[in-house]
Design a protein around this ligand. Structure first.
Ligand code: ZN
Length: 349
């Protein structure tokens, strides 16, 4: 996630802190030490909530990329989430938060503190008030996340339930619609009651939409391999050629991007963007290898097109070279993948 700082890693899972969290810490430091401690403990609570999702996810075979902590909650980035175990992975977060609340309630009560629900965490004067605030915040965290507003935990639980009765994509669509309706309610309540709700509503609305799109594409492109879609009739450029040579090829072949080859191996990709990044006077003396994209995505012909699309999006790239046994056999662009999924959606209508 942009604007995140890597904080450390636990159980081999990298943990990131979003910059807005540090701003919140700075803001609360003006209220005194006690509120600052509550904010830090809130972070620890959100972290335990996310860790619970991640560990259960990993138990069922999902690949955990990282945990990012934001002021409105956390995000566990997972890959290859097993659809049959989504219920357990989603429900464990709220369960963990409520459990922390219960433990703090018992701990406080045993220590002789009067435990009741109290969300005032700015004017705090004692340790017992801190325990009370952190307990209350964990109950809020747990109960709020149970609301079935996809992509929040409760919404994921709802999707898992619906998916046992209908097609996965239909279940996602229905959960997203319910989530967006709830987001509108949150935003309204937020205007009168708590501005945080407006921000959360925004994330639910956008997050639901993007997850639906991803699911739709994944189901449309299921079973389609890179070799089915790649361009086999490829034009390559040599790493040692100048940008002026490249410009001539551009006019002749009319493609936007090309694989760059050196001694028979693909070493990069060059597009018109890299060419335009250099002033025209320097095109004669600049080699393609000086400006090409070196950290490219290499695909195998049998890779699923959807997986390649995910990889290109992650690396923020538009093209991949298709290589088999060390030999360049094709070229594929993200635009082609998107166009093809549009065509498939017409077929499905
Ligand atoms: Zn959660």
């Amino acid at each position: 996630m942009p604007w995140s700082l890597k904080f450390g890693s636990i159980f081999g899972i990298p943990v990131e802190l979003h910059i807005t969290f540090l701003l919140l810490l700075l803001m609360f430091s003006f209220f005194g030490v006690m509120p600052l401690i509550v904010v830090i403990l809130l972070f620890v609570s959100v972290f335990i909530h996310e860790l619970a999702h991640s560990l259960v996810g990993r138990h069922y075979g999902a690949k955990i990329k990282k945990i990012t902590l934001l002021p409105i909650g956390g995000v566990s980035q997972m890959e290859a989430i097993p659809k049959s175990h989504e219920f357990a992975i989603a429900v464990i977060g709220p369960v963990a938060s409520i459990l922390i609340g219960v433990i703090l309630f018992l701990f406080g009560s045993l220590a002789g503190v009067k435990m009741y629900f109290d969300l005032n965490w700015v004017e705090l004067n004692s340790v017992s008030e801190i325990i009370r605030a952190v307990m209350s915040l964990n109950f809020v965290l747990g109960l709020f996340n149970i609301i079935p507003a996809f992509p929040m935990d409760g919404g994921r639980v709802l999707r898992a339930f619906l998916a046992s009765r209908m097609d996965y994509l239909k279940a996602t669509e229905l959960s997203v619609r319910i989530g967006q309706a709830l987001a509108i309610v949150f935003a309204f309540v937020g205007i009168f009651y708590n501005p945080w709700l407006i921000i959360i509503a925004f994330f639910i609305y956008i997050g639901g939409m993007s997850e639906y799109e991803t699911n739709r594409m994944s189901s449309l492109l299921k079973g389609i391999k890179v070799k089915d879609l790649m361009i086999k009739d490829i034009f390559t450029v040599s790493a040692g050629d100048s940008l002026e040579d490249f410009e001539k090829l551009l006019i002749e072949k009319k493609h936007k991007g090309y694989p760059v080859v050196e001694n028979g191996n693909v070493v990069g990709i060059i597009t018109t963007n890299e060419l335009l990044g250099v002033s025209r006077q320097k095109w004669i003396e600049t080699k393609i290898s000086d400006v090409m994209i070196k950290d490219i995505v290499i695909a195998s012909p049998d890779m699923e097109v959807f997986d390649l699309h995910t990889k290109l999006t992650e690396k923020n790239q538009g093209r991949a070279a298709v290589v088999e046994k060390g030999k360049l056999i094709g070229f594929i662009t993200k635009t082609d993948i998107l166009k093809f999924s549009d065509i498939l959606s017409i077929k499905r209508m």
